[in-house]
Design a binder for this molecule. Structure first.
Ligand code: NAD
Length: 243
C-alpha cells in the first residue's frame, strides 16, 4: 500500500517493541519514517529498511527534541511511543520514580508536540498518536501506581490537544494497549524470578489466552493516522481484558 506516500512520520522509542513495529508498518505503507530512540544499537536494526531513517533522540532532552524537529521539518504524523513501566503501589513508590515517570511518559509528549505542532498547523493539519495504556483512567492495575497516573495524564493531554486544534486540521488520539510482547515486558517477567509463572500470570488475565503483539498495536497506529473522522479518543486494544 502507498497510503502514506509523501507523508512524514516521526516515531519516538522506535528501537524496539511497539515503536519499532510501528516504524516498519508506516514504512510499508509508503511513508518517510524518522525512527528515533536513545538506544542506537536497537535503532541500527532499522537502518537498512527502505523508507526509514534513524536518529538518536532522547525525549527527556528539550533542546534535542527541538533540534530534531527543526532538522526533520514538517511532520504529518507524530507517534509518541516512549514510556517506562515502574512497578509498585503508592506506598512502594519513590518520589523520584514518579518524577521520572512524568518526565518520560508525559512531558516527553509535551516536548515533541510543542516542537512539531506549529509546522503541522502551517501545513494544514496532521495526526498525533500518543501511547497510553489501559493501566490509566481506564483500569486500575495492581502495582502500577506511577505508570497508571502518568498514562491517565496522557489521555488528558490527548483530549486537550485534540480540543484546542480540531479547527486547524490536527487530530490527536491515544492508544491504550493491554499487555504486549516486547523486550521490556520480557525483562519485567524475568525480573519476577520465576519467568514461567510470571508469563502464565500475564496470560491468565487475557480473555484471548495470549498477549498482544507489537504488530497488532502498529496496525492500530497506522489506521488512526489515516482515520480522518476521529480525534480526542483513547483506543483500547487489549484482547478483551477490560471488556
Ligand atoms: P519497550 O519498553 O521494550 O522499549 C521502549 C523503548 O523506549 C526502548 O527502545 C528504549 O530505548 C526507548 N526509550 C527509553 N527512554 C527513552 C528516551 N528518554 N528517549 C527515547 N527513547 C527512549 O517497548 P514497549 O513495551 O513496546 O513499550 C512502548 C510503549 O508502549 C511505552 O510507552 C509503554 O508504556 C507502552 N505500552 C506497552 C505495553 C506492553 O505491554 N508492552 C502495554 C501498554 C503500553
Amino acid at each position: 500500500s502507498e497510503k502514506f506516500r509523501d507523508k512524514t512520520v516521526l516515531v519516538t522509542a522506535a528501537g524496539q517493541g511497539i515503536g519499532k513495529a510501528t516504524a516498519l508498518a508506516f514504512a510499508r505503507a509508503g511513508a518517510t519514517v524518522h525512527a528515533t530512540d536513545i538506544n542506537e544499537k536497537a535503532l541500527a536494526t532499522l537502518a537498512n529498511e527502505s523508507g526509514i531513517s534513524v536518529r538518536r533522540l532522547d525525549v527527556l532532552d528539550t533542546a534535542a527534541v527541538t533540534q530534531a524537529a527543526a532538522e526533520i521539518g514538517t511532520v504529518d504524523v507524530l507517534f509518541n511511543c516512549a514510556g517506562f513501566v515502574h512497578s509498585g503501589s503508592i506506598l512502594d513508590m519513590k518520589d523520584e520514580d514518579l518524577d521520572f515517570a512524568f518526565d518520560l511518559n508525559l512531558r516527553s509528549m509535551v516536548r515533541t508536540i510543542r516542537a512539531v505542532l506549529p509546522g503541522m498547523i502551517a501545513n494544514g493539519g496532521g495526526a498525533i498518536i500518543n501511547m497510553a495504556s489501559v493501566a490509566s483512567s481506564i483500569k486500575g492495575v495492581p502495582n502500577r501506581f506511577a505508570y497508571s497516573v502518568t498514562k491517565a495524564a496522557v489521555i488528558g493531554l490527548t483530549k486537550s490537544v485534540a480540543a484546542d486544534y480540531v479547527g486547524q486540521g490536527i487530530r490527536c488520539m491515544a492508544i491504550c494497549p493491554g499487555t504486549v510482547e516486547s523486550p521490556s515486558l520480557e525483562e519485567r517477567m524475568r525480573a519476577q524470578g520465576d519467568y514461567d509463572a510470571a508469563r502464565a500470570a500475564f496470560i491468565s488475565r487475557q480473555p484471548m489466552g495470549r498477549l498482544g503483539t507489537p504488530e497488532e498495536i502498529a496496525d492500530l497506529a497506522v489506521y488512526l493516522a489515516g482515520a480522518t473522522y476521529t480525534t480526542g479518543q483513547a483506543y483500547v486494544i487489549d484482547g478483551g481484558w477490560t471488556n
